[in-house]
Design a protein around this ligand. Structure first.
Ligand code: TPP
Ligand code: MG
Length: 288
């Protein structure tokens, strides 16, 4: 349902996530997608890789457009699924009020955020989803900065606070888990949200062949937490102790964290990041 021939980079997480999502919805779906890398690479005018009905929204309103589509289908007595997608910028920053409204209204839409942790399409600017200390073009590391000065925004917790029936996080490197959660989201009546970590080789300055490996390391170090929340019950994917790795293993292959190694003050920053990971691994009651 996502045809080859698009111009996404080798090792792009986002295009895989789109394929997973379409596997979960099947062909009877209408997709909305805001401006961002996934949209730009899969729909260079006059071509499109989307073999399902697909609408390009503005950067900020994928959820609002999906809301309209859902209402129109309902009014016509039709039962196609509605899949809203968005990058992290389009979801956790500029799209926040559109998505919040959609969740409040209880609309039957599956929202999938592919989280590559920055505004990649416009040249790697920081987003609310950028992790602590990552160097981006608007949070550059240098003599007076260790990169992004604040922690990653916990969007899944914000979404969960709306009391919707289904919220999950997943990782492109674990396809079975990811597709399973997307299927559960699609089956859910009412709003469902899945946020998927989407490593970005050029944006993270890493080798494209290491995309899956780095995605797994995010989980094994505790810097990405996979969970599934249905109603009030939350199930976390616990990382087996033998698989737990120090955060350096995840950070080192990525140029966006290169300034943390070897320079003055780097050790302290690494300790701060390790503390975030330790909290994630031990204290799983952040999302209610
Ligand atoms: C209102 C508005 N502001 C800014 C832009 C420029 N713009 C297009 S895509 C983009 C960043 C997209 O980031 P994200 O949603 O994370 O998707 P990614 O490119 O990382 O896949 C920006 C800033 C725009 N199209 N519209
Ligand atoms: Mg992004």
């Amino acid at each position: 349902m996502l045809a080859p021939g698009h111009n996404a980079c080798p090792g792009c997480g986002a295009t895989l996530i789109a394929r997973y999502a379409l596997k979960a919805t099947g062909p009877d779906v209408v997709v909305t997608l805001p401006t961002g890398c996934l949209e730009v690479t899969t729909s260079p005018y006059p071509n499109s890789s989307w073999r399902v009905p697909w609408i390009h929204s503005l950067f900020e309103n994928s959820a609002a457009v999906a809301s309209g589509v859902e209402a129109a289908l309902k009014a016509q007595g039709r039962d196609e699924k509605v899949l809203a997608m968005g990058g992290d910028g389009g979801t956790v920053d500029i799209g926040m009020q559109a998505i919040s409204g959609m969740l409040e209204r209880g609309q039957d839409v599956t929202y999938v955020c592919y989280d590559n942790e920055a505004y990649m399409n416009t040249g790697v600017q920081r987003s609310g989803s950028t992790p602590l200390d990552a160097s981006t073009t608007t949070s550059p590391s240098g003599s007076c900065s260790f990169g992004n000065p604040v922690k990653k925004k916990d969007m899944p917790a914000i979404v969960a606070a709306h009391g919707i029936p289904y919220v999950a996080t997943a990782n492109v490197a674990y396809p079975k888990d990811c597709i399973g959660k997307m299927e559960a989201a699609v089956e859910t009546e009412g709003p469902a949200y899945v946020q998927v970590l989407s490593p970005c080789p050029p944006g993270w300055s890493m080798e494209d062949s290491r995309m899956v490996e780095v995605g797994k390391l995010a989980v094994q170090t505790g810097l990405w937490v996979n969970f599934e929340k249905r109603g009030d019950g939350v199930v976390y994917t616990k990382v087996p102790e033998r698989q737990v790795r120090p955060v350096e293993d995840y950070l080192k292959p990525q140029g966006r964290f290169k300034h943390l190694f070897g320079g003055e003050g780097g050790e302290e920053e690494l300790a701060r990041i390790q503390a975030v990971a330790d909290r994630n691994l031990e204290n799983h009651d952040i999302v209610r």
